[in-house]
Design a protein around this ligand. Structure first.
Ligand code: A2R
Length: 316
């Protein structure tokens, strides 16, 4: 079994390599030329440089690797950056996906593709729509979400038009050690670790603390991806999340209880978004019915692992 992971140098990539290599697959992974894979993950796979915006290079790589399955993680994945760089976000998330679909369509042996979208695609939800089911209409409320919805529509079209084997995911917030601080839990853990070390005044700066999100450990997320690559139904969309909404203020409270020093909290207007969605939580009935998956790592464990990883980074 040849597995190809696109965008493997990102946060999820290293975890996905470990997951797929661990289940016996022959794993190929791509990264941008400027990126590095985590050394332990790189040792488990064949690494290729690939810019998804280079359509010829995407086609050539797929011809060489002849993948049985493709996990498409490559993206501009930050909502905040998507407001600042909308064209770049659209290029990578839409045109990049189209380059993949076109290259895969032309292969003699069709690979199965797992396309990773986002719970952000749903946009603002009424209380009665939560937890949100996959058949809920999409009303993306930021540039990132709109590009992910567009990529998913293109994939659905390629399934109908060309009979391709594509399973789509709407992933909800995933967190864990190694995540960049453009994401809220990682940001808080980094600030807390810096305060503990005396590198930072004892104040954590936050955006909107009342937002509620569906947080899942990245190690549980990649386990769900592996199961969907195996058992997901082509042409279907699956929510991947915990099924429970947690307020960002609760994440901060849990980090406070793990932190060895006291800190104050201040709102940083830079961290507020032009449009924010108050509550997001996934209905994961379909994922559970088709794969048997359920999350196993408690939030407290994830946050403790993230804070430990940040403390270790600061000591290096
Ligand atoms: O933006 P960078 O330099 O960190 O690189 C990201 C990479 N990437 C690309 N790869 C190939 N060709 C491109 N033109 C291109 N532009 C960006 O994709 C990064 O290494 C990777 C995506 O990783 P993250 O941004 O860390 O996302 P994460 O958290 O691993 O999420 C994976 C997927 C994404 O599709 C998200 O939108 C979704 O899960 O939630």
């Amino acid at each position: 079994m040849n597995d190809l992971i696109l965008g493997a140098a990102g946060f999820v990539g290293a975890y996905a390599i470990r997951q797929l290599a661990g289940s016996g697959g022959n794993v190929h992974a791509t990264k941008l030329p400027s990126e590095q894979l985590a050394p332990d993950a790189a040792a488990l796979c064949t690494v290729h440089d690939l810019d998804l915006l280079d359509a010829d290079a995407v086609a050539a790589l797929l011809e060489t690797v002849q993948p049985d399955r493709i996990l498409h993680l490559a993206a501009q994945s930050s909502v905040a950056l998507s407001w600042k760089m909308p064209q770049l976000t659209a290029d990578i998330n839409i045109k990049g996906t189209l380059n993949l679909l076109e290259a895969a369509r032309k292969l003699e042996k069709q690979p199965r593709i797992l396309l990773i979208g986002s719970g952000e695609e749903y946009g603002p939800l009424q209380p009665e729509q939560i937890p949100v089911k996959e058949d809920t209409p999409l009303h993306p409320a930021n540039v990132y979400a709109a590009t992910k919805a567009a990529a998913e529509q293109l994939a659905a079209l390629y399934v109908r038009a060309y009979g391709m084997q594509i399973v789509s995911v709407r992933a909800f917030n995933h967190i864990g050690p190694g995540q960049r601080e453009t994401f809220v839990a990682a940001d808080f853990c980094k600030q807390a670790a810096e305060i503990e070390c005396g590198l930072h005044e004892p104040v954590i700066r936050t955006g909107n603390l009342s937002a509620q999100r569906d947080f899942t450990d990245v190690r549980d997320i990649v386990r769900a991806y592996a199961l969907l690559m195996e058992r997901g139904r082509s042409g279907e969309v699956y929510n991947v999340g915990s099924g429970t909404a947690v307020a960002v203020s609760d994440i901060l409270a849990q980090i406070r209880s793990l932190c060895t020093v006291q800190f104050a909290v201040e709102t940083d207007p830079q961290k507020l978004r032009p449009v924010d969605v108050p509550v997001i939580a996934a209905d994961i009935t379909k994922l559970q019915a088709d794969t048997g998956w359920s999350p196993q790592i408690p939030l407290a464990q994830t946050l403790s692992d993230m804070l430990t990883a940040q403390r270790r980074l600061l000591k290096e």
